[in-house]
Design a protein around this ligand. Structure first.
Ligand SMILES: Cc1ncc(COP(=O)(O)O)c(C=O)c1O
Length: 373
C-alpha cells in the first residue's frame, strides 16, 4: 500500500548534509554527549557501564516518572516513551482511526501530521483547518473549525507552538479548541514537540494534556531541548484503553526505546530548563538578525514574526520558492525550505532560528542577494 511522499523529510535527506549554510532547520543547536553529562553532573563512565539489553516497552519507569512531573495531571503510567518522536504520529493514527473516519488537521503542517492520518482514513478524509494570513501575522478562526466538524469526524490534529508559522494560541483559545473537541466527542492529537519554546513576550500555555483526558500529546527532546539525535519522544495518553492500543501498535514498530537514548534522556530531563533557555536565547538572537535583514529587503520578503517555536513562515516575492531554493543551494550553498512540502503555496519559505550557524548563513544569503538583484 502506497503513502504520500514525506516531502519535508525527502527535502532534508537531499540537502541537510550537503548544503553548508542552513536557514531553515526546525531543531535547536545541539550539545555533545560529554557536555550534556557534564551539565547533568554525570560522567561518561556512567554511560560506559550501561547494559545494552532490551528495555521496558512503555519506557524506563524513572524516566516516565520524571516526564510526568512536568505535567499538572499526567501520571507516570500515562507516559509512553517512544523509539522516535515521529513514531508517535504513526501510533496515534493507527490506534485512534479506522478507514472512513474523518480527521481535521491544522494547516500548513509538518506533513506527517496530514499524510499519516490520511493514509489510515483514506483519501479525502482529512479536512484542512487553515490559518488566515494577515499582513503581520497568522490568525486561527474557530468558527471555520466548527464548520469543518461532521458526524464522521473522529480526530482533530493540532500543533502548538506551530511549525511552520510559529503561532501560539492564548490559553483561552487553547481551552476553546479542547472544549470544542470534547463537545463533539473528538480525540485531540496535540503535537507539542516545540512546547516551552516561547519567546518574543508571548505568554506561555499549558500542555493540552493538562486540560482534558481525551487528548493525545506528542512531545520530545528534538526541538526545544536541541537533542534530535537522541530520537527521544513520548506520548501522554490518559485514556487507558487507547494507551493499550498504542502500546500494542508500538510492539510492531520499535518494541521498546533504545537504552542509551533513555539514559541520556534522563540526564537531559534533569537539566531541561537550562537546555530550553539556551535554545530560546539562540532563537531571540537569530530573530534580531532576521528582523534587521528583512528590514533591508522589504520588496523581497513578507515577514510575520513568530510568537513561539523555532520557525517562521516567510513570504517571498519570487515566482517559485522551490526553483529559487534549488538555485540558492547550488550557487551559494545556502538552504531555505520551500513551504510546498508543508502544504502551503510556492511563494513562502520556512525559516528556522534555533541553530548557531544562522548568522553566518544569513550573511551568505545576503551576499548572494547583493550579487543577484
Ligand atoms: C511538528 C513536528 N512534529 C514531529 C516532528 C518529528 O520529530 P523527530 O524528527 O524528532 O522525530 C517534527 C520534526 O520536524 C515536527 O516539526
Amino acid at each position: 500500500m502506497q503513502i504520500t511522499p514525506f516531502a519535508t523529510e525527502q527535502f532534508y535527506a537531499r540537502y541537510e548534509f550537503t548544503t553548508p549554510y542552513q536557514l531553515c532547520n526546525s531543531d535547536c543547536e545541539t550539545v555533545s554527549v560529554e557536555t550534556l553529562l557534564e551539565m547533568a553532573g554525570m560522567s561518561l563512565d556512567d554511560l560506559g557501564k550501561l547494559g545494552l539489553g532490551y528495555t521496558e516497552s512503555q519506557g524506563n519507569p524513572a524516566l516516565r516518572e520524571a516526564i510526568a512531573e512536568a505535567y499538572a495531571t499526567a501520571q507516570p503510567d500515562d507516559v509512553v516513551v517512544l523509539g522516535t518522536p515521529i513514531e508517535g504520529i504513526y501510533l496515534g493514527a493507527r490506534a485512534i482511526l479506522s478507514p472512513g473516519d474523518e480527521v481535521i488537521a491544522l494547516t500548513p503542517a509538518y506533513d506527517a501530521l496530514i499524510n499519516m492520518f490520511e493514509h489510515v482514513v483514506g483519501e479525502g478524509g482529512v479536512r484542512r483547518w487553515g490559518f488566515t494570513a494577515t499582513p503581520t501575522g497568522w490568525v486561527l478562526d474557530l468558527d471555520r473549525l466548527r464548520g469543518l466538524i461532521t458526524t464522521r469526524t473522529k480526530l482533530l490534529v493540532v500543533n502548538f507552538p506551530h511549525n511552520p508559522t510559529g503561532y501560539l494560541p492564548s490559553v483561552a483559545q487553547l481551552e476553546a479548541i479542547v472544549g470544542l473537541a470534547e463537545a463533539h466527542g473528538l480525540w485531540l492529537f496535540c503535537d507539542e514537540m516545540y512546547h516551552g519554546l516561547v519567546h518574543s513576550g508571548t505568554p506561555p500555555i499549558p500542555s493540552s494534556a493538562d486540560l482534558s483526558g481525551h487528548v493525545v500529546v506528542l512531545s520530545g527532546l528534538s526541538k526545544t531541548y536541541g537533542l534530535p539525535g537522541l530520537r527521544t519522544g513520548w506520548l501522554v495518553v490518559q485514556d487507558a484503553a487507547l494507551r493499550e492500543s498504542i502500546l500494542n501498535w508500538k510492539f510492531y514498530t520499535s518494541i521498546c526505546p533504545p537504552a542509551p537514548s533513555e539514559f541520556l534522556a534522563q540526564a537531559a530531563w534533569k537539566v531541561r530548563d537550562a537546555l530550553r533557555e539556551r535554545s530560546i536565547k539562540q532563537i531571540e538572537h537569530n530573530l534580531r538578525l532576521a528582523e534587521d535583514f528583512f528590514a533591508r529587503w522589504p520588496e523581497l520578503f513578507v515577514w510575520r514574526r513568530p510568537m513561539a517555536g523555532s520557525t517562521a513562515l516567510v513570504g517571498m516575492n519570487v515566482p517559485s520558492v522551490t526553483a529559487y531554493a534549488e538555485r540558492l543551494a547550488s550557487e551559494a550553498g545556502v538552504l531555505i525550505h520551500p513551504a510546498t512540502t508543508l502544504g502551503y503555496d510556492d511563494r513562502h519559505m520556512r525559516m528556522g532560528f534555533g541553530r548557531a550557524g544562522f548568522g553566518e548563513a544569513l550573511a551568505q544569503f545576503e551576499a548572494y542577494l547583493d550579487k543577484n538583484q
